[in-house]
Write a protein that binds this ligand. Sequence first.
Ligand SMILES: [Zn+2]
Length: 133
Amino acid sequence: MRKKIEKSDAEWREQLTPEQYHVTREKGTERPFTGDYQVTEEHGIYHCVCCHAPLFENEHKFEAGCGWPSFDRPLTAACVEEQTDSSHGMQRVEVTCARCNAHLGHVFPDGPPETTGQRFCINSVALNFHSGE
Ligand SMILES: [Zn+2]
């Protein structure tokens, strides 16, 4: 397995904007309907804003109406990790970058039934879109 990227908080702070740092390293959530990637129709790949690992493909994005970019699957099964999240009095499944442990968002079982039935609800500040990939 690929080695994890580990950096100190100070190194991440240096590399990221305050909002990127808050969401990816402190498990924050951006306000809904504020993200950059809500209505992108272009072909392309979304990369981790922290370590640039390719994580999601625009073809797997769907309009969930929840205010965050939503995907029915990650780019590959190995590029993200899922963990139980019991914070805020809810039982949720957190999605993190497999390479650098960045918090990306959560996955819910209410995605499109005609594909995977899953909804990866991802903060757009955790992603960098590369058009045409
Ligand atoms: Zn990453």
